[in-house]
Design a protein around this ligand. Sequence first.
Ligand code: SER
Length: 322
Amino acid sequence: MNQTILILGAGGQIGNELTLKLRSIYGSKNVIASDIKSCERLFNSEGPFEIIDATSRDAVLKVIQKYQVTQVYLLAAMLSATGEKFPQKAWYLNMTSLLVVLDLAKEKYIKQVFWPSSIAAFGPTTPKHNTPQKTMMEPSTVYGMSKRSGEFWCQYYHEKYGVDVRSLRYPGVISWKTKPGGGTTDYAVDIFFHAIKTQSYECFLKPSTRLPMMYMNDAVDATIKIMQANVKDIQIRTSYNISAMDFTPEELAKEIRKHIPKFTMSYHPDFRQAIADSWPQTINDSYARRDWNWNQRYDLSLMTKDIIKNLQAQKNLEFNAL
Ligand code: SER
């Protein structure tokens, strides 16, 4: 079926790469990138771009009608660490944007919605190892509260109004094209930039803090795969556990040293340590594997190799430009 897709939050870490991949599949003109601020340059001014405040029903609806949008990917959100600094703002943005989009789907302006949840929906009382799909979930951050509540809203709109909303509980997502902003897992992205530039990094988590993680390429593939899956295969309407790897800062540093032997790491844990300590260490994603054949392509070693290769090429480009 032909799709016209709207990405809300296309300037963010996942939104950016997801937009580019969706454009390569559905054609640039059929994928409308949008963000609260102008960021066309991320997309080489190819394909439509609109400025949208995702909490404004009128703004979202106007663009949906202008392009006859069929699918919305709602990636606008405030992440865990920034959310703790601005709790009310985080709640307002994360919840209002979701309810705006769910309502528009209920009113049949759009056919399908993607909305990300996160490992932050779990909390200190959740089993930390091989965390099951269905388990104790008492999140301790505002971001996590918004994700857990959002999951229930998704399920509610599906059961009550037949809205086809699909969701993944992303682990830490690691990228090199766009940096994340304000998350607890951001160290695993920052570390690569510092490793290339200065061969050293001061980590804001303790060396032994194990967290579930995924390379951006896999996160983008999983997102598109769940949206393309047959409707009867989507058995979970809250949000699917999904994972690819897990590691500690110490283990990541060791892997980076295989490529950059001089790399050194120091540790200065801050308030993000408590957030990380409240999250699972490893995730059981067997429902996603069973229902719509989720399978990752990248492990720690393949990902590290790929990021370093790409960043080194980029560094050369920067040097060329000087
Ligand atoms: N990467 C996110 C964060 O750290 C988790 O969903 O906030």
